[in-house]
Design a protein around this ligand. Structure first.
Ligand code: PMP
Length: 400
């Protein structure tokens, strides 16, 4: 018998239905240096504060090495939790330390929230389109996705009818410079959303990795702040990935105590706690207001990059294409004329060494349009943005 053939391997139903993410497949291709990639969602390494992080890690390992290298509490390193609570309080609300849980990247929070809320068949409300990584996390728990309609201003609160929201476990919302559309929810819609969810008793998961990267327009109040005022249950996710570096794998959840204590039990079973040395070093790096000098540089860089992309789109894309004008973050969402299939366009683009992400995988619970795509602009040099967008424009062809 050939022992090398694993004929008896039986994976769970959950694992069997997993498919590899469309984006991961594209990213493999884009690793080739000759490819100009607008596909990735990576922050720019130019924004990684290497000397400051090195100094912070050194200091922690010099002075607090025993606790930094030891197991820690599941809830997280207390001074960092206090720092997160204080950051939230800048908006004029009181967040207590025990309403904060430190996680190993906000992606971990999405997985844990799936475990907390979703039974097979549970209804889960997501924007159409929404963040692919969240759709993947939630999918493992076999929900029934219900798409919430969006328009050029983002999620439409009036669409949250009794029918659409019946028995839903939560609504997942990205209010600032959404991934993938770059859209920001305006104040009236935020207010309408939290009021409607308070009426329905529907928890809101507010995922906000990009909120600190605003480079245009006026800051909007968080759903957490607005939700608290009207009695909505808001679970807010934040991360150090876009303000410091994603390799740190450090994020946080701010939520009502009963949610935090359940998440703590879940996290215990997942990874016991987030790396202490990382939590302590990041706390050391940010405790004295470092982000206040660091973030303006990152915002300026992203704004410049966004400007290059918008100029190139105007110069090279046909007049019947529409695209978003983000006020922050890393993404522009393009809608081409009906009839263009961006999955096919991608094949043609890759043949000419340009990559992007077709829009279809970002939709769940609704038939996806085929004529949308996401462009990420922060890591590509100006000249390559122009040349890459020109290639795409040629492949799309003139307006009809
Ligand atoms: N939410 C959104 C909307 C994201 O774009 C990302 C990262 N691409 C994450 C969550 C996960 O971020 P992290 O785990 O690095 O905190």
């Amino acid at each position: 018998m050939d022992m090398s053939t694993a004929t008896h391997t039986v994976f769970s139903k959950r694992a069997t239905q997993l498919t590899s993410s469309a984006i991961r497949e594209i990213l493999k291709i884009t690793e080739r240096p000759e490819v100009t990639s607008f596909a990735g969602g990576l922050p720019s390494p130019e924004g990684f504060p290497v000397p400051e992080l090195r100094a912070a890690f050194d200091k922690v390992l010099d002075n607090q090495w025993a606790s930094a290298l030891q197991y820690g509490r599941t809830e997280g390193y207390t001074p960092l939790r206090e720092w997160v609570a204080a950051q939230m309080s800048r908006e004029g609300m009181t967040v207590d330390t025990d309403e904060v849980l430190i996680v190993s990247g906000s992606q971990q929070a999405l997985d844990m929230l799936g475990k907390l809320f979703i039974d097979p068949g549970s209804r889960v409300l997501v924007e159409a389109p929404s963040y692919l990584g969240a759709l993947q996390s939630f999918s493992l728990f076999e929900p029934q996705f219900q798409a919430v309609p969006t328009d050029e201003r983002g999620l439409v609160p009036e669409a949250l009818t009794d029918d659409l929201t019946r028995d839903a476990r939560f609504i997942y919302v990205l209010p600032n410079f959404q991934n993938p559309t770059g859209l920001t929810l305006d104040r009236p819609r935020r207010q309408a959303l939290v009021e409607r969810c308070a009426d329905l008793g529907l928890p809101i998961i507010e995922d906000d990795p990009y909120g600190e990267l605003r480079y245009a327009g006026d800051p909007q109040p968080s759903l957490l702040k607005l939700g608290r005022a009207v009695g909505a249950s808001v679970i807010r996710l934040g991360t150090f990935s876009k303000v410091l570096a994603p390799g740190l794998r450090l994020g946080y959840v701010v939520a009502p105590r009963e949610v935090i204590s359940k998440l703590v039990q879940i996290k215990q079973a997942t990874d016991l706690h987030t790396a202490m040395v990382t939590q302590m070093a990041v706390y050391e790096a940010v405790r004295n207001g470092f982000l206040e000098t660091h973030l303006p540089k990152v915002r300026a860089l992203y704004q410049r990059q966004c400007g290059y992309m918008l100029e190139a789109l105007k110069a090279y894309f046909p007049t019947d294409a529409r695209w978003t004008h983000p006020e922050g973050g890393m993404f522009i969402w393009v809608t081409l004329r009906e009839g263009i299939d961006t999955t096919q366009l991608l094949q043609a683009a890759i043949a000419r060494n340009v990559a992007f992400v077709p829009g279809a995988p970002f939709y769940a619970g609704v038939k996806a349009p085929t004529n949308t795509l996401r462009l990420s602009f922060v890591t590509v040099p100006e000249a390559r943005i122009r040349a890459g967008v020109q290639v795409l424009g040629e492949l799309i062809g003139p307006a009809r």
